[in-house]
Design a protein around this ligand. Structure first.
Ligand SMILES: Nc1nc2c(ncn2[C@@H]2O[C@H](COP(=O)(O)OP(=O)(O)OP(=O)(O)O)[C@@H](O)[C@H]2O)c(=O)[nH]1
Ligand SMILES: [Mg+2]
Length: 330
């Protein structure tokens, strides 16, 4: 039987688009997309699972269908230990389905790394649902990486939205493929990523540099993106440097020093290096922080502390649950 390093599951519309990118970048993986829209993915590397919820597209229905599907996925990826679940939070589909799928696969013994993409600040109606979804993903996954959509438009607010998504999906695809890149001797291994991501609040900053000074430029941009997402100093970090193959030891040192300076990080900064033929450098920084700006999008959390208002099927569903009698608040 074939064995794979990782299974990557994209949930909802954003998840589906990103999984398409990732499928071209990771050589030894299984790729699944779970959504309720018709098939649109190019190529045959991604298996698309269409949840049948169109006749009753409620959060409750999506959760039930997602749970049932997660059982068959578990059977399909029986030989895979690591699972990455990618979801754009804030819509109904992904925010409802992704935490259920994560929890259910985790109960089957999989190690779950969640990648949650948060909406743009202007998507006002989606922020609360995204923050609630984020909290559930934190509970459901072994580790979670949070990516703020807004960070990618900071440099080019004139960019058409679909192009911004396209560019961002490319970046997210590159980052995730680096997390599981086992070819590269200078890489950061996936265990280190899981360890950092299990800390609770992990955010991502991306920066690109070109020409002379590219190292400092890319590091400054990535660090500033982290600063915008959190007021707290960075505790520990993983820094993925991708690009120019002539990069020097001095450049790597500049990246780490700049990163430490801007993010006030006194903890561990591990660096992975992934050379290619680009004449530019891209720095992806994964950073552990005490709190993020996304936490504030769910003001109820502050009042309720550890208590849950949303008693959905997710709260008490166990693997062998009998669906026939489920009652829940939507
Ligand atoms: N990076 C990125 N973000 C996206 C993309 N499409 C949507 N998003 C973001 O992800 C969030 C969730 O959107 P969708 O993925 O469309 O939502 P959904 O889970 O399919 O839910 P529904 O709206 O019910 O279909 C949005 O608020 C957007 O900010 C994409 O292609 N790339
Ligand atoms: Mg959708």
């Amino acid at each position: 039987m074939l064995t794979y390093d990782v299974a990557v599951v994209g949930v909802g519309t954003a998840g589906k688009r990103i999984i398409e990118k990732i499928s071209h970048k990771i050589s030894n993986g299984i790729f699944l997309s779970i959504d309720d829209t018709e098939s649109k993915i190019c190529g045959d590397k991604v298996k698309e699972i269409k949840l049948n919820v169109n006749f009753e597209r409620t959060s409750k229905r999506i959760k039930l269908e997602a749970y049932k599907t997660s059982r068959s996925i578990a059977e399909e990826i029986v030989n895979v230990k690591n699972v990455v679940i990618v979801v754009g939070l804030g819509g109904v589909f992904g925010s409802s389905a992704a935490p259920i799928i994560a929890k259910s696969l985790r109960e089957c013994g999989k190690k779950i790394l969640g990648v949650a993409i948060m909406p743009f600040k202007f998507e006002k109606s989606r922020l609360f649902r995204a923050a609630v979804g984020l909290r559930k993903m934190k509970m459901a996954c072994d580790g979670l990486i949070v990516i703020g959509n807004g960070e990618f438009l900071e440099k080019a607010p004139q960019t058409p939205l679909f192009k911004a998504y396209e560019l961002e999906n490319e970046w997210i695809g590159n980052l995730i493929s680096k997390l599981f890149d086992r070819e590269n001797v200078y890489g950061i291994n996936s265990k280190e990523t899981y360890r950092l991501a299990s800390d609770g609040n992990i955010i991502v900053g991306v920066g690109v540099g070109e020409g002379t000074g590219m190292a400092e430029e890319a590091a400054t941009e990535a660090s500033s993106a982290l600063r915008r997402q959190s007021n707290s100093d960075v505790k520990d970090a993983l820094v993925y440097i991708v690009g120019w193959k002539e990069i020097s030891v001095g450049d790597v040192s500049t990246i780490v020093t700049t990163f430490r300076g801007i993010t006030c990080c006194e903890g561990e900064v591990k660096v992975g290096y992934y050379p290619n033929n680009d004449r530019s450098l891209t720095v992806y920084a994964l950073a552990s922080v005490t709190e993020t700006k996304f936490d504030g999008w769910d003001p109820l959390q502050k009042i309720l502390k550890e208590r849950e208002l949303d008693f959905d099927v997710y709260s008490d569903m166990s693997v062998d649950y009998d669906f026939s009698g489920i009652k829940c608040l939507d």
